[in-house]
Design a protein around this ligand. Structure first.
Ligand code: FAD
Length: 117
């Protein structure tokens, strides 16, 4: 059994990976429904995140910096910025957000082309 700090860090890595990957695959031109879905997903993620202290603090950040859902780039940059707020609180280095979309390529770009056919 690994120690609590290691387990908490692993959970954070996995959660952030999924979080940023979802934002990097979000539509360029989302519909109203897609925008609502993303907003709700992020709010619920903040409520259900299993480290209680983290969740409480993240909910405060969401109030101060509400999710930006108008486009893929906007959403991905918002996600990068809010992760940087968490980094700042934990005294971790600031992440360079300029290549955020490339950084979280899920290898599923072909799926969109399939859907267009
Ligand atoms: P992580 O922060 O887990 O990041 C993983 C990888 O993502 C990094 O190696 C880097 O490649 C990349 N990355 C780093 N910054 C960014 C960014 N801004 N945008 C995109 N990619 C980036 N831990 C606590 O101890 N206290 C807390 O209050 C707390 N709150 C959290 C709240 C949430 C919502 C989440 C998801 C996690 C929280 N954590 C908290 C965990 C913490 O954020 C880290 O995941 C954990 O400390 C491990 O850090 P890490 O250095 O491995 O990198």
């Amino acid at each position: 059994q690994m120690n609590n700090a290691t387990l908490k860090a692993q959970l954070g890595n996995a959660a952030w990976k999924l979080f940023h990957t979802i934002l990097a695959r979000y539509p360029d031109k989302p519909s109203v429904q897609e925008r609502n879905t993303l907003s709700q997903y992020i709010q619920l993620f903040g409520q259900i995140y299993p480290c209680g202290d983290c969740a409480r603090h993240f909910q405060k950040l969401l109030k101060k910096y509400p999710p930006q859902t108008s486009s893929r780039k906007t959403a991905a940059l918002w996600g990068c910025d809010i992760h940087n707020k968490v980094n700042e609180r934990l005294s971790k280095p600031e992440y360079d957000c300029t290549t955020i979309l490339e950084d979280y390529d899920c290898g599923c770009g072909e799926d969109e082309k399939e859907a267009d056919r």
